[in-house]
Design a protein around this ligand. Structure first.
Ligand code: NDP
Length: 259
C-alpha cells in the first residue's frame, strides 16, 4: 500500500454510525465500509438496518452488523456500547448522525416536541460520546464525527428546536475536541447542506417552494446526495485527519458561502 493510500485506510477499525440504516448515515457508512472499517449500524428500525448491513457487507470492511438502539434512551445507548465491546472487541470511530426535526414556529412548538428534537439530535451525541470515550481511549485514540446542519450556522423560523440542537452540536464538538485531544481522539462536525433524504422529503412537502429555493441558493445547482458524504467520512475517520480537531466542515455545494 502506498503512503497516501495508508492515510485513508480503515482496515481493522470498528465504527458505530447512529442512524446508519438510511439517508446521510448510510452514505457515511458506505464510505467507512468501503475504506475497510467494520461498521455497526445503530438505529431503531431493524428491517431497514438489516437491508443496510447486507449492502455494507458487500462493500467489504470486515463484517458490518446491526445493533438495535434508541439513542434518546440512556440504557439503550449503554447496551449498544457494551454489545460493541463484547462482539467487536474495540471501538475506533463514532458517528453521531441520528436526527429528526419537527417544523413549527416557536409559539406552536410544545415542550414535549422541543425535548424530542433536542434529545434525538443533541443529548444523544452526549450519551454516545460519553459511552464511547473509555473504548476509544482503550484503542489508543479514535475519531468522533458529529452531524450538524446549515442550521448550526443560520436561523430558520420553522425550526427553533432543530437549530438549537445543531448549534449545540458544533459547540459540543469543540468542547470534546479540546477535552480529548490529549487522548489522541479527534472530534469534528460535518454540516450538510440540503440533502435528498426521507427527512427532506417531509420538508419539501411542508415548506412550499423549498425544492426550487434550495436549487437557486446552492452554487452547485443541485440537492446533495447521500454518497456526497462517503469522502468526508473517510477523511475524518482516517489517519489523514490526525491533526484536524474541533472543525465544523460544510458539505453543502457552496450553500453556506453564497450571499
Ligand atoms: P433520515 O430521516 O433519512 O435518517 C434519520 C436516521 O436517524 C434514521 O436512520 C433513523 O433510523 C435514525 N434515528 C432517528 N431517531 C433515532 C433514535 N431515537 N435512535 C436511533 N436512531 C434514530 O435523515 P437524514 O439522513 O436526512 O439525517 C441524518 C442526519 O443529518 C440528521 O442528524 C440530520 O439532522 C442531519 N442533516 C440532514 C440534512 C438533510 O438535508 N437531509 C441537512 C442537515 C443535517 P430509525 O428510524 O431506524 O431509528
Amino acid at each position: 500500500m502506498t503512503a497516501s493510500a495508508a492515510m485513508f485506510d480503515l482496515t481493522g477499525k470498528v465504527a458505530i454510525v447512529t442512524g446508519g440504516n438510511g439517508g446521510i448515515g448510510l452514505g457515511l457508512a458506505r464510505g467507512l465500509a468501503g475504506a475497510g472499517a467494520r461498521v455497526i449500524v445503530a438505529a431503531r428500525n431493524a428491517r431497514k438496518s438489516a437491508t443496510a448491513v447486507a449492502e455494507l457487507q458487500a462493500l467489504g470492511g470486515g463484517g458490518a452488523l446491526a445493533i438495535e438502539a434508541n439513542v434518546t434512551d440512556e440504557m439503550s445507548v449503554v447496551a449498544l456500547f457494551e454489545a460493541v465491546a463484547e462482539r467487536c472487541g474495540r471501538l475506533d470511530i463514532l458517528v453521531n448522525n441520528a436526527g429528526t426535526n419537527i417544523r413549527k414556529p416557536p409559539p406552536e412548538l410544545s415542550l414535549a416536541e422541543w425535548r424530542e428534537v433536542l434529545d434525538t439530535n443533541l443529548t444523544s451525541a452526549f450519551l454516545c460520546s460519553h459511552a464511547a470515550y473509555p473504548l476509544l481511549k482503550k484503542s489508543g485514540g479514535g475519531k468522533l464525527i458529529n452531524i450538524g446542519s446549515m442550521l448550526s450556522i443560520f436561523g430558520a423560523g420553522f425550526a427553533p428546536a432543530y437549530a438549537a440542537s445543531k448549534g449545540g452540536i458544533v459547540q459540543f464538538t469543540k468542547a470534546c475536541a479540546s477535552a480529548w485531544a490529549a487522548d489522541n481522539i479527534q472530534v469534528n462536525a460535518i454540516l450538510p447542506g440540503w440533502i435528498d433524504t426521507e427527512l427532506t422529503v417531509k420538508a419539501r412537502a411542508q415548506i412550499p417552494g423549498l425544492h426550487d429555493s434550495v436549487l437557486k441558493r446552492t452554487p452547485a445547482r443541485r440537492w446533495g446526495a447521500i454518497d456526497d458524504f462517503g469522502g468526508i467520512a473517510v477523511f475524518l475517520a482516517a489517519p489523514a485527519s490526525d491533526f484536524v480537531t474541533g472543525a465544523a466542515i460544510p458539505v453543502d455545494g457552496g450553500y453556506s458561502v453564497q450571499a
